[in-house]
Write a protein that binds this ligand. Structure first.
Ligand code: B12
Length: 247
């Protein structure tokens, strides 16, 4: 079994339950000689459940980390592939990474889903309830799994996401991030949730829990809630900013 197979199996156990392989040719700036990229996603609640379970056993994994969920994935990768050779490089969409990769683009190339009107990558089963967590750039030549055939479920859909958005941020061409951010400042109706994401019929049964959603939108408030529920003394001074302040 190739190391990438055993690493994938180990990552699946913590909820990185979606994996695909993209062509690596365009990623020479990340890893010289790159031929393939394994892209890992978390569909539904599995990663969150594993994360909360880990915090129950190791409260310090919340209290000591600025970005506890990112750190959970980092530790899992380090355990799965402790000494990657120079022919392999792991990258996460995380604050402590040295390189920034456009994970939606990678996910589409690896066949994890289609582009959607919502701006998110839509997985065939998990719909918009998929996070993108890691990519392994490698010089190995692995069989490609993407992109997926067809235009995806948005084609022919009456666009429930558009009608559900109270800020009018989803237009005929897709998600308008400026409008979305402006509405978050004007109103609290979308705080802690995204009505459009919830309105998408694809993978609706895999929707995140309220706690998980709140954490992703506002890590500060989300970790306060988690710490209170799990009885953890959270002394970490800062954990990032709510995403609305990014624009
Ligand atoms: C910055 C960022 C944001 C910014 C907005 C950036 C923007 N202008 O779109 C803010 C903070 C507002 C934001 C919000 C959200 N984000 Co965000 N975000 C990111 C981040 C960190 C970087 C994105 C980026 O800058 N890419 C590079 C630049 C060049 O891209 P860009 O200018 O946005 O767009 C270009 C290309 O990406 C492409 N493009 C644009 N849209 C799309 C869509 C698809 C499907 C594809 C293939 C390409 C594509 O065209 C553009 C022109 O070149 C990524 C993680 C990552 N490293 O990829 C997560 C990420 C994209 N976000 C994600 C999520 C889930 C969200 C939220 C739902 C937040 C939340 N609460 O969970 C919201 C709402 C998103 C929505 N409705 O679409 C997920 C998407 C998962 C998925 N299934 O697609 C990612 C991958 C994070 C993750 N770990 O999973 N986000």
């Amino acid at each position: 079994m190739a190391l990438t197979d055993s690493a994938s199996a180990a990552l699946r156990r913590i909820g990185l339950n979606v994996v695909g392989v993209a062509d690596g040719a365009a990623y020479q700036h990340i890893l010289p000689g790159c031929r393939s990229v394994l892209v890992y996603g978390s569909g539904g609640r599995a990663l969150w459940d594993a994360f909360v379970e880990d915090l129950r056993c190791h409260p310090e994994h919340l209290a000591d980390e600025a970005h506890p969920l990112e750190a959970f994935v980092r530790r899992a990768i380090q355990a799965a592939d402790p000494l990657p050779p120079p022919t392999r490089r792991w990258v996460r969409p995380a604050a402590d990474e040295q390189v920034v990769v456009d994970f939606r683009q990678l996910a589409v190339e690896a066949g994890l889903g289609w582009r959607s009107l919502l701006g998110l990558v839509l997985h065939p089963d998990f719909g918009p309830w998929m996070g993108l967590r890691a990519a392994c750039f490698t010089t190995e030549l692995l069989p490609r799994t993407g992109p997926l055939a067809g235009a995806g479920p948005c084609l022919g859909c009456p666009a429930y996401c558009r009608t559900a958005c109270p800020g009018g941020a989803i237009g005929l061409k897709g998600w308008d991030v400026g409008r979305c951010a402006a509405f978050h400042r004007e109103s609290s109706r979308c705080h802690g949730t995204c009505h459009s994401r919830r309105a998408c019929p694809v993978g609706a049964e895999h929707a995140y829990s309220a706690e998980q959603l709140a954490y992703h939108e506002d890590p500060r408030a989300g970790r306060r809630h988690l710490a209170a529920r799990l009885g953890i003394d959270d002394h970490c001074p800062d954990s990032g900013v709510p995403w609305t302040s990014w624009t």
